[in-house]
Design a protein around this ligand. Structure first.
Ligand SMILES: [Zn+2]
Length: 96
């Protein structure tokens, strides 16, 4: 009888240890993902009309590794036609 109790105790410890190890490997994965994430910053304004970005916007493009959002297709076309004219309006994290 006493032997069976000891077995149960051992089993419980094994389960707990396995659970902890699984937790640790999950944390490692998260850190790795953060390090390897692509360097794309989000620009929070429409560079053409300088409106603040809204969640309803669907028009965007990738310009110099930034995602650039537009309130409308017209603004997107305007930017694509002359990106150099509007890129000064982009808020970027690089050299300011
Ligand atoms: Zn616009």
């Amino acid at each position: 009888m006493k032997h069976i109790m000891e077995m149960k105790k051992y089993l419980l410890i094994t389960i707990m240890t396995t659970g902890l190890m699984a937790c640790h490997s999950a944390e490692k994965k998260v850190v790795l993902q953060t390090v390897t994430s692509p360097k794309i910053t989000t620009t929070e304004i429409d560079p053409v009309c300088e409106m603040a970005k809204e969640n309803t916007w669907t028009d965007y493009t990738i310009y110099e590794n930034d995602s650039v959002w537009f309130c409308s297709e017209n603004c997107k076309k305007g930017f694509m036609a002359r990106p150099a004219k509007y890129k000064k309006n982009l808020k970027t994290n690089s050299k300011s």
